[in-house]
Design a protein around this ligand. Structure first.
Ligand code: NI
Length: 138
């Protein structure tokens, strides 16, 4: 038996036109796939607001010559070692490094870690990509 449910919904004509333009640009094969993705995105977003556990990645760019920066980065990550699944470091050029910190755990604590990393002097870019554990999504 199929798990698919057929829905009939009514939406504003202009809204549908905008949606169709957007999904055509993105190359979606069907409206169903695009709407399913929007629903999953919304559920993943709720995980960050009211969930107990979620996952994501913190992406940083910094100059490794900056005094105390590396020590502060390491100390801050150790303060939240329960969240950090993995880190990967890339040497972008002579001065700049790009580091990815993959995190999983309490969403509030992940946000705290992100804020702490962001305010370290010498961090040029610090972005949190809020993903999902995927456990509750199909
Ligand atoms: Ni480096």
């Amino acid at each position: 038996m199929s798990n698919l449910v057929r829905l009939s919904i009514s939406l504003d004509k202009d809204l549908v036109r905008q949606f169709d333009d957007r999904i055509a640009e993105d190359g979606y094969p069907t409206r169903s796939k695009a709407i399913g993705d929007l629903i999953r995105e919304s559920l993943a977003h709720r995980e960050w607001i009211e969930g107990e556990s979620t996952a994501g990645a913190i992406l940083m760019v910094y100059d490794h010559h900056r005094r105390n920066l590396l020590a502060q980065l390491t100390a801050t990550q150790h303060e939240h070692h329960n969240l950090v699944i993995a880190t990967q470091h890339f040497h972008l050029d002579h001065d700049n490094c790009l580091e990815i910190v993959v995190v999983k755990g309490d969403p509030n604590e992940i946000n705290t870690l992100h804020r702490k990393l962001k305010r370290i002097k010498g961090i040029k870019f610090c972005n949190l990509s809020a993903a999902t554990t995927g456990e509750k999504l199909t």
